[in-house]
Design a protein around this ligand. Structure first.
Ligand code: NDP
Length: 411
């Protein structure tokens, strides 16, 4: 299955991230010989297919699939015969798609770790539990091949390999300095996004998880950081899934934190929505109908894939790391800057989807071409960062490494 010149990829989902990944795969026919995009709403797959046909004169296949239905997935995989399945649906579908890949012996890739529908909680344990089954089947599951998680893990692995003898402090900083013209919208799936950012915050220190208030609570931890290109932005401590695998995999690490920028306007809206119960994930009775408020809210908010039309500004995402090199303490900042308007011109959607869809394509490329090989379940930092870093430069997410001053380490 590996070392093929013309691989077959099946992309599941047809939202913002899948749109970008499909475009980027279509741009590399020498690797992605056949592409199928399958999702719950066939019309969205067809719209992506039509845009790809118009832009590149390439034909890709489309199909309707319920990714929570394993037999349906298995039958679609058996008929298309992909070498790799790229899961760009929602975290709820991860385990079902992994089950279908196991049954059919096809490599699996995603960008977000599993989260149960009825519990706003995500962690790797559910997917790491597939280790033996993937190993025995001789196939690979590559977890978190987006930007964060994804590129941020690869940046850490690259720093570990080339820049440091030991990394002691890791800070991942995610800044969206763009404006989309809507009063309130989320940049990726609203339901997943709101579940993520309303959680109690955790960061990792000396082997323990330290809890601090959620970003919308009094006492939330934030500071002003001067981002390259974007300037000063208020950055909030947030729990993010790559902290879990990096804390386990980076030897000598003492502390790992994740920060994300939020505007006052965004936080005020979120606080009000939470206070009136609109972010609840349980069912409530509304005039005899069972309604889940957060799902209803998602139906009212703009589709993330549609935000690109008026989006201007940049994203700046990267890692600041402090540690030892040749007996000296050094600090390095590895980051990428991505432009919303350029992302829109190239793929018809915004930079958050772009910065996720490009690494998703690159992860698939690494696996399809056999540059990354292995049987079992892998996080991104488990694999050689060099070819991935090279591909980021080539396929639209150039990065740089600069010296930096160490970040304050409170809390
Ligand atoms: P969207 O909501 O725009 O797209 C999700 C797509 O999945 C939709 O097309 C939806 O179908 C489809 N889908 C949902 N349920 C099913 C199902 N049961 N069967 C088949 N298809 C289904 O989300 P995004 O594109 O913004 O995000 C996609 C993924 O990327 C998410 O998991 C998100 O967490 C992850 N992500 C990762 C990032 C990273 O850096 N690692 C950053 C941003 C996002 P329909 O159109 O019918 O609703």
């Amino acid at each position: 299955m590996n070392n093929k010149d013309h691989g077959r990829i099946m992309i599941i989902g047809a939202g913002g991230v899948a749109t970008v990944a499909a475009h980027k795969c279509a741009q590399v026919p020498e690797v992605f010989g056949e592409i199928l995009i399958a999702s719950r709403t066939l019309g969205k797959c067809d719209a992506i297919r039509d845009d790809i046909r118009r832009r590149y004169g390439r034909e890709i296949g489309t199909a309707e699939v319920d990714a929570d239905n394993v037999p349906e997935l298995v039958s679609l995989i058996r008929s298309f015969k992909p070498d790799v399945v790229l899961n760009l649906a929602l975290p709820y579908q991860d385990l079902h798609i992994m089950d279908a890949c196991l049954e059919t012996g096809v490599h699996y890739i995603d960008t977000a770790n599993y989260e149960p529908l009825d519990e706003a909680h995500f962690e790797y344990s559910w997917q790491w539990a597939y280790q033996d089954r993937f190993r025995e089947k001789g196939i690979m599951a590559l977890l978190g091949s987006g930007f964060d998680p994804g590129v941020t893990n690869v940046f850490a692995a690259y720093a570990q390999k080339h820049l440091f003898d030991e990394i002691h402090y890791l800070d991942i900083l995610d800044c969206n300095a763009g404006t989309h013209g809507h009063v309130f919208a989320t940049n990726f799936n609203p339901e997943i996004n709101i579940r993520e950012v309303t959680q109690t915050v955790r960061h990792w220190r000396q082997g323990a998880w330290i809890e601090t208030p959620a970003i919308i609570e009094d006492g939330s931890v934030h500071f002003t950081f001067d981002y390259p290109v974007a300037g000063n932005k208020e950055s909030y401590l947030l729990y993010h899934e790559e902290l879990e695998s990096l804390a386990r995999n980076l030897k000598g690490l003492k502390k790992a934190r994740f920060w994300m920028t939020f505007s006052e306007n965004y936080l005020t809206h979120l606080k009000v929505l939470r206070n009136v119960g609109m972010t609840r994930i349980d069912e409530v009775d509304y005039e005899g109908h069972r309604v889940v408020p957060i799902k209803f809210l998602k139906a009212l908010l703009p589709e993330p894939a549609s935000l690109g039309t008026k989006y201007t500004g940049k994203t700046v995402i990267g890692n600041i790391m402090t540690g030892m090199k040749d007996g000296r303490t050094i600090t390095r900042y590895v980051y990428n800057v991505c432009d919303h308007e350029e992302a829109f011109r190239e793929t018809g959607t915004q930079a958050i989807a772009y910065t996720t869809g490009v690494p998703a394509m690159i992860g698939a490329m690494m696996v399809l071409t056999g540059v990354w090989q292995g049987a079992g379940v892998f996080n991104m930092e488990d694999l050689d960062p060099d070819p991935f870093m090279e591909a980021l430069m080539k396929y639209g997410l150039p990065w740089q490494v600069v010296e930096h001053t160490p970040l304050p380490q409170e809390p």
